[in-house]
Design a protein around this ligand. Structure first.
Ligand SMILES: [Zn+2]
Length: 123
């Protein structure tokens, strides 16, 4: 089992996402006017910043988990057989989390005994 990224790569991706979102919220160039004029505009802008950042943070945190990728699928959850193999195809389904849509790498395994399919990824 292993993580899909490193802490440094996860921090770099999240930091870049934050910098981009911050630049759109509060452009560093003083000649670029700030958007909006009412408090509700500011609320919307900050909400939008969160929608941009939170899914990235969630994806990176999940990818750091030690069981994000397995090399051995373990036993079949349906029949308990160890005659299980990992499929080569890895999918990246979009999941809807409370933080927004996130893309998570998902491995798939198949059981030679009962034919059942399952995802061995712990996270
Ligand atoms: Zn099975």
């Amino acid at each position: 089992m292993s993580a899909l990224t490193t802490r440094q790569d996860a921090r770099d991706r999240l930091w870049k996402a934050f910098e981009g979102a911050l630049d759109r919220l509060i452009p560093p160039d003083e000649s670029v006017p700030l958007k909006g004029s009412r408090f509700t505009d500011f609320e919307d802008q900050v909400e939008n910043l969160g929608r941009q950042l939170l899914p990235v943070a969630l994806e990176e945190r999940a990818a750091l988990e030690g069981n994000a990728e397995v090399s051995n699928p373990g036993c079949c959850p349906f029949c308990g057989s160890a005659r299980v193999y990992l499929k080569k195809k890895v999918t990246q389904p979009e999941l809807l989390s409370p933080q927004g849509e996130v893309v998570i790498r998902k491995q798939h395994a198949r059981c030679r005994s009962c034919g059942g399919s399952f995802s061995p990824s712990g996270s």
